[in-house]
Design a protein around this ligand. Structure first.
Ligand SMILES: Cc1cc2nc3c(=O)[nH]c(=O)nc-3n(C[C@H](O)[C@H](O)[C@H](O)COP(=O)(O)O)c2cc1C
Length: 410
């Protein structure tokens, strides 16, 4: 089998603007393979090694198995297309340009767990993606493929497109559940996990848009093919949202396990204005920073983890020498403060307080006490929220203080 680098972003899929076009370029074949052996979907996913692309990298087959085993009169599959974190711009591309790829993946999930409700939960600020999805879902409602799924499941399958609140917090999976129940997107404590008790107390499988898109190809080409796309022990491909001080920022699909150096200097064209590479906000602005010492790291879940960071969504925000890290961190914490839902006072007040202090430090008007106060907040805030927002905010602040102490006057 040919070793492809472009699976999800294969240019020919852009031609599949409507369902017939999608099927003409091989769309539908993954679903047909799944329909031929629905009981093998979970084992195929397990063998593929696919992990969630929404940030945590949780093994997809385990979540699907939990949802398949959960008992409920009805079940939901939700495609998470909220994508509101700075630096991440992959899901909007898939929704806008290859909506059928995403829908087919979500329908394979519905078949695997026997779900009769499939919701495409999309950030309304991505208006083009939202419009494309509405159009594409309408085509699937009338398709023979949906009829085949309904025959196996033994009941009608309802497909809906639901605009999310458009808030950052709305992408957290329990906030997704709250919103779909008609409430404000407040995260909830876990357990129970949505796969057990989600929308209306019913089993609800929530996956990221990119995760679902991968499933189509795994079912069509097989688990071994998918594993073979990665480098070393890594499997499949990854969408990298590359931004910041590089010559060619953009969305790149590369083998999982590609080095950071190759992403930045080969695909990204190197640094802007010939400046030196200083650091990268890896996996978005809520993880540990990587520096020039880490350029050799393989960009896959485990390798990035071994450097105490996280691959996250695959967002890579590159910073050059001469750019203030404190300034960038202050911007991100300000974003988190605005994005905090306010349900947990420690998160709302903690992020707000950190943002104020960092703003002072970044603009040169901070004192030693301000730096100490940030340090203290980093010690007391982790674990104090219902969701991971506050932990992510603290991680990036702590990491920046540890990695660039001189910028804090330490
Ligand atoms: C504050 C916050 C925001 C999140 N936003 C998103 C999002 O926009 N899209 C997404 O897929 N996952 C988001 N997540 C992760 C989800 O909670 C969940 O882990 C993910 O949708 C599961 O999909 P996956 O297993 O395919 O990765 C967010 C998590 C947190 C804590």
């Amino acid at each position: 089998m040919e070793k492809l680098n472009s699976v999800l972003l294969n240019p020919k899929y852009k031609l599949g603007a409507n369902l017939d076009g999608w099927r003409a370029v091989g769309g539908g074949e993954g679903l047909l393979a799944a329909l031929a052996r629905p009981d093998e979907i979970l084992s195929t996913l397990e063998q593929s090694g696919l992990r969630g692309m929404g940030g945590a990298g949780f093994p997809t087959w385990r979540k699907w198995t939990a949802a398949a085993e959960a008992v409920g009169d009805e079940k939901y599959v939700v495609c998470n297309g909220n994508e509101d974190e700075p630096g991440t711009f992959k899901d909007r591309h898939l929704l806008r340009w290859t909506p059928h790829q995403v829908i087919e993946g979500a329908l394979i999930a519905a078949l695997a767990i026997r779900a009769n409700r499939v919701v495409f939960y999309i950030n309304p600020h991505q208006s083009e993606g939202l419009a494309e999805m509405c159009h594409a879902v309408a085509e699937w409602r009338d398709s023979d493929l949906l009829g085949l799924i309904e025959t196996v499941i033994g009941r009608p399958v309802c497909l809906t497109v639901t605009p999310s609140s458009g808030r950052y917090i709305g992408g957290e999976e329990t906030a997704v559940v709250s919103w779909l129940e008609g409430g404000f997107p407040f995260p909830r404590r876990k357990p129970p996990f949505p796969a057990d008790k989600g929308v209306g107390g019913l089993p609800t499988l929530i996956n990221n848009t990119e995760t679902f898109a991968n499933v189509v190809h795994i079912l069509r080409e097989g688990a071994a093919w998918y594993r073979g796309l990665g480098i070393g022990n890594a499997v499949g491909t990854k969408l990298f949202s590359l931004s910041g001080d590089v010559l060619k920022p953009g969305l790149y699909e590369l083998p999982m396990g590609t080095s950071l150096e190759e992403l930045v200097f080969t695909h990204g064209g190197g640094m802007l204005d010939g400046k030196a590479f200083k650091a990268v906000f890896t996996g978005g602005p809520s993880n540990t920073l990587l520096t020039a010492r880490d350029l050799d790291v393989a960009l896959d879940f485990d390798s990035v983890r071994s450097r105490n960071s996280r691959l996250g969504t695959g967002a890579m925000i590159v910073i050059s020498e001469g750019t203030s890290i404190v300034r960038k961190v202050a911007e991100y914490i300000d974003f988190f403060a605005g994005g905090s839902c306010g349900q947990c006072p420690s998160c709302k007040c903690g992020t707000f307080q950190m943002a104020r202090l960092l703003e002072r430090i970044a603009t040169g008007s901070g004192s030693r006490d301000d730096v100490r106060a940030v340090d203290n907040l980093c010690a007391i805030l982790p674990g104090s929220g219902r969701c991971a927002l506050i932990d992510g905010a603290v991680t990036v602040v702590e990491s920046s203080m540890r990695t660039f102490p001189e910028e804090y006057g330490l």
